[in-house]
Ligand binder design. Structure first.
Ligand SMILES: [Zn+2]
Length: 196
């Protein structure tokens, strides 16, 4: 598969590690045929305006590079991107779920086909040990209280409906299930099988 074969890219939030591959080193679009979907509130906050990230625990020069990376990465698709508000089936089998807090517009994604589903929690949690088994809050959450509410909504849904979960930054295999406990949640990692 070549980059030209990709026809749709759904961005969950515009942090630099989630949009970096949109542009080539020369500033052109890395996926020239793809329609890129970006959460409207993230686009307004990070791309249209100068984001205030002063509450995030990072040195000033890192913060400046962080913002510059976002703008540079999104630049080649800024005019053509489709801005979306999470909460609907964006593409067949790809339903976006509002999960703001980590960034203003962050979306989780429910990938579904027939009776099967996978809940992609984006950056609602970084580590099952720190953010699921323990309720420690990720430092890069822009609005920690909204992020906490979003996290609980996603975890409750995954636990109640028994939907397998994929977290972007989780250790291998990245997939598991979330169970509710008396005072929180517990991560049950999927056992990985090599079928090759
Ligand atoms: Zn993030």
């Amino acid at each position: 598969m070549q980059p030209e074969h990709v026809d749709a890219i759904v961005i969950t939030h515009t942090h630099p590690d989630h949009v970096g591959n949109l542009s080539r080193a020369d500033g052109s679009s890395a996926f020239p045929k793809a329609t890129v979907y970006i959460p409207e509130d993230d686009f307004a906050f990070f791309i249209r305006n100068e984001p205030d990230l002063s509450r995030l625990p990072m040195p000033e020069d890192f913060r400046r590079a962080f913002i510059a990376n976002i703008k540079r990465s999104v630049a080649p698709v800024a005019k053509s991107a489709v801005l979306y508000r999470p909460g609907s089936e964006l593409l067949p089998g790809i339903t976006t779920i509002a999960a703001g807090g980590h960034t203003p517009g962050m979306s989780a994604i429910l990938v579904h086909s027939g009776a099967q589903a996978l809940l992609i929690t984006s950056d609602a949690a970084y580590s099952p040990l720190l953010n699921i088994d323990n309720a420690w809050r990720p430092g890069p959450d822009l609005d920690p209280d909204s992020a906490l509410q979003s996290r609980r909504r996603l975890f409750d849904r995954a636990a109640t409906d028994r939907i397998p979960v994929l977290g972007f930054h989780f250790p291998f295999p990245g997939i598991g299930n979330i169970r509710k406990t008396d005072n929180g949640y517990r991560w049950v990692t999927a056992s990985w099988r090599f079928d090759g």
